[in-house]
Write a protein that binds this ligand. Structure first.
Ligand SMILES: [Zn+2]
Length: 291
């Protein structure tokens, strides 16, 4: 669903008011309004978690635990202590009890290093601005980093959505890191740099609410250290109409400030690196062992 001209006019007017009615940014505000409207008309929130809350939150910490990847429960599989949902930021306060020890060891731990390397490359790019993003990070978005983020998204997903992602779970649960690379030839993530205006660390899922829109069904945002990464959750049964082409990632408007200090985050589409383009260790160390 696309916004009407009248809807964009109203939204752009509100952005202009936020600028204390200062002139000179009409085109920027119009484009920002259109972008945010396209997102808001087509997506609704599913889940959002703060990642720096005083009391750690443990997802799925029930008497009988269920693994999101292999579907075994704690009567049939061994479960270790709750593990970070986002292994690249292990000191944060969102944990999950919904992954068995075997899946954690075989499917999650080996990818933590890929994700840590990707995030490190974004930190370097942040310091260098847009040019840095293009020069230094196109090689960082590896299939392993993507898979790790998708697994995290599955771990925060409400039960009612899981049935649309059975193929996704099968892919994430496959410990062969190079399997199915061809399926993701057109995949990208979107990276927003908020420079010296870090957002509160958070992770959120949103889903398409317009059934007819040719947009991906579910997307995740991970915000940490002033960097926001947006991914599409692949292999969803609700995305069959999107097969065969690149998935368009809807862009959000992240802005801050008032009056003359209004700014919008710059975003960059980052394609998935081809196999062999990402220099990575073949080791299987966990993030904790790397630090
Ligand atoms: Zn398992």
């Amino acid at each position: 669903m696309f916004p009407t001209t009248e809807q964009i006019e109203v939204a752009a007017y509100h952005l202009w008011e936020r600028r204390a009615r200062l002139h000179g940014c009409d085109r920027q505000d119009w484009e920002a309004a259109e972008k945010e409207l396209i997102y808001n008309l087509n997506y609704g929130p599913v889940r959002e978690y703060g990642l720096l809350v005083p009391v750690p939150q443990v997802l799925g910490n029930q008497a009988v635990r269920h693994c999101r990847l292999c579907e075994r429960d704690s009567k049939r599989a061994r479960f270790g202590p709750p593990s970070p949902v986002f292994p690249t930021v292990p000191n944060l306060s969102l944990l999950t009890a919904q992954i068995c020890a075997e899946c954690q060891h075989e499917c999650r731990d080996p990818l933590a290093e890929d994700l840590a390397r990707f995030w490190d490359s974004l930190r370097s790019a942040d310091a260098l601005g847009d040019t840095g993003v293009k020069r230094r990070t196109n090689r960082g978005f590896s299939l392993g980093a993507y898979k790790s983020l998708v697994a995290s998204a599955l771990l925060i997903m409400p039960d009612r959505e899981i049935s649309y992602f059975l193929d996704t779970i099968e892919w994430v649960g496959n410990s062969d890191r190079d399997a199915d690379h061809h399926l993701f030839a057109g995949a990208s993530c979107r990276v927003y740099l908020t420079a010296d205006r870090p957002h509160i660390p958070a992770a959120s899922l949103a889903r398409r609410i317009d059934e007819d829109a040719l947009l991906p069904y579910m997307i995740m945002f991970l915000s940490y250290e002033g960097i926001i990464v947006q991914i599409h959750l692949p292999l969803c049964s609700k995305d069959e109409d999107l097969e065969g082409g690149q998935v368009p990632l809807p862009e959000r408007l992240f802005g801050w400030g008032y009056g003359r200090s209004v700014e919008y985050a710059h975003s960059t589409l980052m394609p998935l690196a081809a196999p062999g383009d990402v220099g990575r260790s073949q080791g299987r160390r966990s993030f904790a062992e790397c630090t």
